[in-house]
Design a protein around this ligand. Structure first.
Ligand code: CMP
Length: 825
């Protein structure tokens, strides 16, 4: 048989075919897929050995081609690991990860070190090997494997938080183990001395360096993805490149942790990808990665299994005792971490509480897999190590991995059940039952209708309908339909459901092209904030976040300061335009939720809660609208321009949807369709970017709008304008605070200003002025002056006050007269 590319093809696809056929089997018998794959691999490995030299025609070819896949540590690390790590990190919710980041990082870094030293020490005591070799073994075996763990947890439907704790730990501790491994290998091979401090420093550099590389690369790729014109195929392909390039650049070029780089890149992509790529791209992304992950997963476990028989030939009888000690100490070490260190962390308020059930599953579910084996293979392949070291490490790691795969992986489900972790919480259970009752409620009638249409005898329909009726009755009888949940609980459940809808709405607005990616991202982050607050503090939390959202945040205030202090108007104008876009999108989505979303929720949470929900939504909608109106009143031309753009966009989308429909229904052919598409794209491109908002703070124009200056000549207005500074005040802003020293007075060019005198505030509008008293009398400010709406103000500093008044006698007279009247009051 000639070696060649065809051998590789035969091997690859032969193996792939056999491997994926295991999945239906695993589903059928409810057995972990990964474990079955490993069994298959071992069987194949043994068969290949047994049939070597026999002439079995194509079967021999096939086996021979399998053998040509010499699984090396480099293949695992550079081919499989990036894809596996990227795929499992992509679906992790970063906010949930962050909520538990302290225990996760502690377990992954400090925990791994503790475990490595405990295992290393115990093995050293019984094996007769050098301490560093034993420590190396400890490091390799302390890395829990993300692949095996994630696969098992997906199968079992583990609670979200538990899955994140275990997945997060296993992703991060791979990085730690690899770094520690490299340091120990360097020491063993005489390339480095044992230097604790240097090692620690190196570790920090490698670990956090990886995070930085991954973050930067993901941001760069997200930016590129935002500029490829929404072609889903390109977008998704770029994420695949990102997975491998971030790993390679970090590991190979920058000598920092590739695992951390890829994990971070995937976390970033997972959280901002949906608002960076087109709607189709996001869809394709999850499907493509699910597929890639599945392929990588299927192949790696079979390949690992196939490597087992050969490695295990080096397992000698005198290793049995070491293996037993190894197993016991490894589980004891892990137990110390999960059952002693973790609770201590919680006690010290360094980590949120983790329940006993969770901790037990974390303990028992810490499987070892491909990463441990890759590191063991790296030792096994390396001729620089003495042979007994190579065999020792490889055989023990292999045996250990098999143990966790065959014993832990197959029983972790039972442990979960024992702690009731596979059951729904009371609130979820009530919601589930109401969902069933609602879905089944109408089914009896529907069955009868279909039966009548299809001329199926009434009696048959009765039997079927009865079955459903009984199920509903049974659920009702179980009294689990939430009778024990209070109104407040149901309101909270309803609120969370509307927040979910709101979030979905923002994604739709983004993929429809109505809102920019940055703003969509802000809005989505806002719903996360709402969700967290509602979960923690119910209605109150929800209200607090709503208030915060409608206010002006620190970024806005920063740009305001830039405009006022340095006259740089760009950032502020952008913030205001963003605010308008954000409020508009929020209003559109909330209106949708209020109009159609609440009905579905009503059936689940009941009338009382739904009514309260509607009231809250109405309130929020009203406040959003009034904030939007305030902004529109200040910049009517800009608002009209944006509205026009928006309607154009709506029209374009409708047009496109219509063409798509006609094409789908084969009413128009491909040529006409392509022609129409092109034209649509041209028109879309012609709309261009969002226009900039002009703050309208040109002093000269503002001065001429103030009546007391209006009659002056252009030259005079110019001279006065040079003395005045312009400024935009935002609603609710205190411009003068009672009792403060006053250094300037203000002319109102436009807007509404409230002077808070007793008993009722006096409103000032365009052409009015205030703050003159402090300048005339030298006394502190007499009352609070607050902007009611967005207001354009002209500011006159004290040092220019006298100069201006000396030059304009009539102005002086007016100001003094008004001041006198005000003082009298
Ligand atoms: P000053 O005291 O510098 O700061 C507060 C300002 O409120 C004050 O100057 C006046 O310009 C303004 N003010 C005070 N009393 C009245 C009033 N009765 N009607 C309108 N404006 C007033």
């Amino acid at each position: 048989m000639h070696e060649g590319i065809w051998t590789t093809i035969l091997g690859l696809f032969g193996l792939m075919t056999i491997a994926v056929l295991i999945l239906p089997l695993a589903r059928r018998y409810k057995f972990p897929y990964t474990v079955l794959l490993a069994v298959l691999g071992i069987v194949l490995g043994l068969l290949i050995d047994a049939t070597r030299g026999a002439h079995l025609g194509p079967v021999s070819d096939l086996f021979h081609s399998f053998e040509s896949f010499n699984l090396t540590s480099e293949i695992i690390i550079f081919v499989f690991l990036p894809a596996l790590v990227f795929e499992s990190s992509l679906s992790i919710d970063v906010r949930k990860l962050m909520a538990d980041i302290r225990p996760i990082l502690f377990l992954a870094v400090v925990g791994l070190l503790i475990s490595a030293f405990m295992v290393g020490g115990a093995v050293y005591a019984v094996s007769g090997m050098g301490f560093v070799v034993c420590l190396l073994l400890g490091a390799i075996l302390s890395a829990t494997d993300p692949v095996a763990v994630v696969a098992i947890f997906k199968d079992l439907g583990a609670p979200k938080r538990l899955a994140i704790l275990v997945e997060g730990e296993s992703l991060f501790n791979d990085a730690t183990a690899i770094v520690l491994f490299n340091i120990l290998v360097a020491m063993l091979l005489g390339a480095a001395d044992a230097d604790l401090f240097g090692g620690a420093l190196n570790f920090i550099k490698v670990f956090f360096g990886g995070i930085v590389v991954g973050f930067l690369m993901a941001r760069l790729f997200a930016w590129i993805i935002g500029h490829v014109g929404g072609i889903a195929l390109v977008e998704v392909t770029l994420t695949i490149s990102l997975a491998y390039l971030s790993f390679l650049i970090a590991e190979h070029y920058l000598h920092v942790s590739g695992v951390m780089a890829t994990v971070t890149a995937a976390l970033v992509m997972g959280s901002i990808g949906r608002t960076s790529m087109s709607g189709g791209g996001w869809h394709l992304l999850s499907e493509t990665w699910e597929n890639l992950g599945f392929w990588a997963n299927s192949l790696i476990f079979v390949l690992v299994g196939m490597a087992v028989p050969e490695i295990m030939t080096h397992f000698s009888r005198d290793m049995v005792l070491t293996l037993v000690v190894l197993l016991v100490t490894a589980f004891v070490a892990r137990g110390v971490l999960t059952h002693a260190v973790l609770p201590a962390l919680s006690k010290a308020h360094m980590a949120a509480d983790v329940s006993l059930g969770f901790r037990t599953v974390m303990w028992w579910g810490g499987l070892r897999g491909a990463v441990s084996l890759a590191l063991a293979l790296a030792v096994f392949e390396n001729d620089a190590f003495p042979e007994d070291v190579r065999n020792f490490v490889a055989a023990l790691v292999c045996a250990f991995v098999l143990f966790t795969l065959f014993i832990n992986a197959t029983t972790v489900g039972t442990v979960m059940k024992a702690f009731g972790l596979d059951r729904l919480s009371p609130a979820d259970l009530a919601l589930r039952n109401r969902t069933i009752a609602r879905a089944l409620d109408d089914i009896g009638a529907q069955v009868h209708r279909v039966a009548a249409e299809r001329r199926i005898p009434e009696s048959v329909a009765d039997t079927v309908a009865r079955h459903y009726r009984e199920r509903v009755e049974q659920i009702r009888a179980e009294e689990r339909d939430g009778a024990d949940l209070s109104e407040q609980d149901w309101l909270k459940i309803g609120l969370m459901a509307t927040i979910g809808q709101e979030r979905q709405g923002y994604f739709q607005q983004y993929s429809g092209g109505y809102v920019h990616s940055g703003i969509a991202r802000e809005l989505v982050a806002m719903t996360d904030e709402l969700m967290d607050a509602t979960k923690a503090r119910g209605v109150e939390g929800y209200r607090d976040v709503c208030n915060y959202i409608l206010g002006f945040n620190w970024r806005f205030r920063l740009s305001m300061r830039l405009q006022r202090r340095l006259g740089i108007a760009g950032p502020m104008s952008k913030r205001l335009a963003n605010r308008m876009e954000r409020l508009r999108t929020c209003q559109a989505v909330l209106t949708g939720v209020r109009r159609s979303g609440v009905d579905d929720i009503r059936a689940l949470v009941g009338d009382a809660a739904a009514d309260a929900l509607c009231q809250m939504l109405d309130e929020r909608l009203e406040r959003t609208m009034s904030a939007l109106s305030a902004l529109r009143a200040q910049y009517p031309d800009y608002a009209a321009e944006l509205q026009q753009r928006y309607l154009h966009q709506v029209a374009l989308r409708r047009e496109r949807a219509d063409y798509n429909r006609l094409h789908d229904e084969a009413i128009i052919g491909a040529e006409i369709y392509a022609n129409l598409q092109n034209e649509l794209e041209e028109r879309e491109a012609a709309m261009g970017r969002r226009p900039d908002l002009d703050l309208g703070l040109d002093p000269e124009a503002m001065v001429s709008r103030v009546p007391i200056f209006a009659d002056l000549s252009a030259a005079r207005i110019g001279a006065i304008a040079r003395l005045l500074k312009s400024q935009l005040a935002i609603p609710g802003e205190t411009i003068c605070a009672k009792g403060e020293a006053g250094n300037s007075m203000y002319f109102v060019s436009s807007g509404a200003i409230a002077v808070h005198v007793e008993p009722d505030p006096v409103m000032l509008g365009s052409g009015d002025f205030f703050g003159e008293l402090a300048l005339l009398t030298g006394a502190p400010r007499t009352v609070d002056v607050v902007a009611e709406t967005f207001s354009d103000l002209l500011i006159l500093e004290k040092r220019d006050f006298d100069k201006l008044l000396d030059e304009h006698a009539d102005l002086k007279a007016t100001i003094e007269r008004v001041a006198e009247e005000r003082l009298k009051k």
